[in-house]
Ligand binder design. Structure first.
Ligand code: PLP
Length: 356
């Protein structure tokens, strides 16, 4: 056994909802701890999956995900060879860590952020350097620049950032990338970019201008396909070729490809999700403001907020049917923005909790 694995703190996935529900004796339990899509999935996905011919089950999937690749490259005006698909963005993070990190190398993260960046760096026996976010939750780009050393191979920029929900403009990201050494890769994780209501949010075009920037996307959030496990990264062509070498040849199965293709084409569904989320997000932020509950400005489908004895509030909500995320920063909680009726119930529950 490798020593690093023995000592590793694993990523703890969500408990199955049904199991948790029966454990707590609840009739209804809504999971708002994993930033899943509150509005489900495009009905077109159901059609595509049901129509998928079972006669192909004995055949290996299209290892290139040709149709999906064509659609995505047409939309963002990319060379199709720039894209590498993964079994969720999770697998892309694994591939990147495997390709770029050797024992003793360094990676740089802004904290708090998505924990899997550090987890996979640890597995590769790389050192993780951390720069805390600014007072407003935004990335400290100057601090990040100063923290880059000759050994820094990867720099992670999660935008909007999980868990703070805060958003960085393309101009700020470009200014940063232009000052980063050319052999240090800047990885922009855009898992939540569809939820951003500011204009021109994506850094996708920077992949055409800088060879050391990578933009990552997933179908798990705004597209509502978390169960199907499809994500991708957009690289310069030369780097994509190297990363393809470590990708398992048939990683994304045909049903997942069909589902992602149908979801990608149904722009109406995504727009509706994004609009509903934006409306519910502002209502929730207004509620927090009114109660003087400190929170960051979110451009995602979740809000990060500070609360005295935060775990006690989370526990109260859980026993009343709402699971939210604890343990990301002492005193802070992350709540996914749910459907209107759930958000209203949660706000009532918080009001009640405060009266007790
Ligand atoms: C959810 C999430 C992912 C992982 O997405 P999958 O495609 O479901 O593996 C990656 N990055 C961030 C920041 C996320 O929140």
């Amino acid at each position: 056994m490798k020593k690093v694995i023995e000592e590793l703190q694993p990523y703890i996935p969500e408990k199955p909802l049904e199991e948790l529900k029966s454990e707590l004796g609840l009739k209804k339990l809504v999971r708002l701890s994993a930033n899943e899509n509150a509005y489900g999935t495009s009905p077109d996905v159901k059609k595509a999956v049901v129509n998928w011919a079972y006669t192909q089950s004995n055949l290996y999937p299209d290892g290139d995900a040709t149709e999906l690749r064509q659609l995505i490259s047409a939309k963002f005006k990319l060379d199709p060879k720039q894209i590498v698909f993964g079994v969720g963005l999770d697998e892309v993070i694994v591939m990147l860590s495997r390709v770029f990190l050797e024992p003793g190398d360094e990676e740089l993260v802004s904290t708090p952020t998505f924990s899997e960046y550090a987890l996979h760096a640890e597995i590769e026996e790389a050192k993780i350097n951390k720069v805390p976010v600014l007072e407003n939750g935004g990335i400290d780009f100057d601090g990040m620049l100063k923290a880059i050393t000759q050994k820094t191979k990867l720099v992670w920029i999660c935008n909007p950032n999980n868990p703070t929900g805060t958003f960085e403009t393309v101009a700020d990201i470009e200014k940063f990338v232009s000052q980063v050494p050319k052999d240090t890769l800047v990885l922009v994780d855009e898992a939540y970019i569809d939820f951003v209501t500011e204009p021109n949010a994506t850094a996708m075009d920077l992949t055409k201008k800088y060879s050391n920037i990578v933009v990552m996307r997933t179908f798990s959030k705004a597209y509502g396909l978390a169960n199907f496990r499809v994500g991708y990264a957009v690289f310069s062509k030369e780097i994509a070729e190297q990363v393809q070498k470590v990708r398992l040849p048939y990683n994304v199965n045909s049903v997942a490809q069909e589902a992602a293709t149908a979801a990608f084409k149904d722009t109406d569904f995504v727009n509706e999700v994004v609009n509903k989320n934006a409306k519910e997000r502002s209502k929730f932020e207004a509620y927090f403001d009114e109660k003087n509950i400190k929170h960051y400005q979110s451009q995602a489908n979740f809000i990060f907020f500070e609360y005295p004895n935060s775990d006690k509030l989370a526990d109260y909500l859980l026993h009343n049917g709402y699971l939210i995320r604890t343990g990301l920063r002492p005193g802070w909680l992350r709540i996914s923005v749910g459907k209107a009726e759930d958000n209203e119930s949660i706000q009532k529950l918080i009001d009640e909790y405060e009266k007790k």
